[in-house]
Ligand binder design. Structure first.
Ligand code: NAP
Length: 309
């Protein structure tokens, strides 16, 4: 039986791994469908302390994993398909295999929110994408009109990044002010290659019949006027949904699926702790996720010490 299993290899999971490994608990760290978490899809992280020139998101996560492994963390690739947290030990099913553990740190992060259009689903990877860093440099997007949806830091970061490749980048946002931090918003508004389309939503994506993106239908929410924008790429950056479905009905969560905490990082289940974006709907930063990972590791270590006292 494991002493500690950590679900997630984002900032929260890997920081929890560094701390529990250094406490000689030899954590088993499960990397789900996106090893390294969402930060691996960010180009440059400029606000993680200690890197005055910024650091590539993928590199930051690779370094965190190496740091955790150096102290004895074991990273295993696998998806948690089911969890039985009703007794002792806690039991997970990971790619068909049972894993038993005394404690669990849920740091499973969050996935991309979708617009919910049928055409979005059909054209995913055919010009519809959720990651400019991953896909922006593809030849199909070079010197062509591109569209980004959203008004937060992600949308601003994606739009700015895409100006390297596209002929013009339309930023479609459902309100007339950006939610993004001031520095990111100012950068976008000062960029001559970015054209904001305010108070508007994408209602359809063309052209499913051709199996590629050729444009979007846009509705102005103030006037109800509809228009078409020709583009070859649609980059959707409208926030995230916590990856907590597998714990539904066992771990307390709010209506949006964010895990609720009691004292510190404790959940309603003894021995189960939570950290990072699957719990935090407010701050959602790399550094706050890392901080919560540290706190969860300390809470977990104290729980195990009390059990064995
Ligand atoms: P976010 O801050 O939640 O912003 C989501 C945006 O999408 C909002 O502007 C929202 O509109 C819009 N939106 C949500 N649902 C929509 C829908 N169904 N249709 C159309 N628009 C919709 O998400 P985020 O930009 O991904 O950022 C998440 C967190 O990561 C934030 O804390 C952010 O600061 C952080 N982040 C930081 C950096 C960085 O510092 N380098 C980079 C990326 C992200 P409303 O504004 O109307 O709600």
């Amino acid at each position: 039986m494991e002493k500690v299993v950590i679900i997630g290899t984002g900032c929260a999971g890997l920081t929890a791994a560094v701390y529990t490994a250094r406490a000689n608990l030899a954590p088993l760290v499960l990397a789900g469908p996106m090893p390294g978490g969402l930060l691996t899809t960010t180009s440059i992280v400029e606000n993680y302390p200690g890197f005055p020139e910024g650091i590539d998101g993928y590199e930051l996560m690779t370094r965190m994993q190496k740091q955790a492994e150096r102290f004895g963390a074991r990273v295993k690739y696998g998806t948690v398909e089911a969890a039985d947290l009703s007794g002792t030990p806690l039991v997970l099913t990971v790619d068909g295999e049972k894993v038993e553990t005394q404690t669990l740190i849920i740091a499973s992060g969050a996935g991309h929110r979708h617009l919910g259009l049928e055409s979005e689903h059909k054209l995913e990877t055919r010009g519809v994408t959720y990651c400019a860093t991953c896909d922006g440099a593809l030849p199909m997007f070079r010197n062509q009109p591109l569209v980004v949806v959203g008004g937060g830091d992600s949308a601003c970061e994606e739009a700015t990044y895409l100006t390297r490749f596209g002929s013009i980048v339309y930023l479609i946002h459902r309100r007339d002010t950006l939610r993004a931090s001031k520095i990111m918003a100012d950068r976008v508004l000062a960029n001559p290659k970015i054209k904001p389309i305010w108070d508007s939503v994408v209602t359809d994506i063309h052209d499913v019949a051709q199996n590629k993106v050729t444009g979007v239908r846009v509705k102005n929410l103030k006037t109800n006027a509809e228009s078409e924008i020709a583009c070859v790429g649609l980059f959707i950056a409208i926030g995230h949904v916590p990856n907590t479905q597998v714990f539904k009905g066992q771990v307390d969560m709010d209506d949006n699926g964010y895990v609720r905490t009691r004292r510190g990082t404790e959940t309603n289940i003894p021995g189960v702790f939570v950290a990072g974006d699957c719990h935090d709907s407010v701050y959602r930063q790399a550094i706050t996720a890392a901080g919560e990972g540290c706190a969860a590791a300390i809470d977990c270590e104290r729980h195990l010490a009390a059990l064995n006292a």
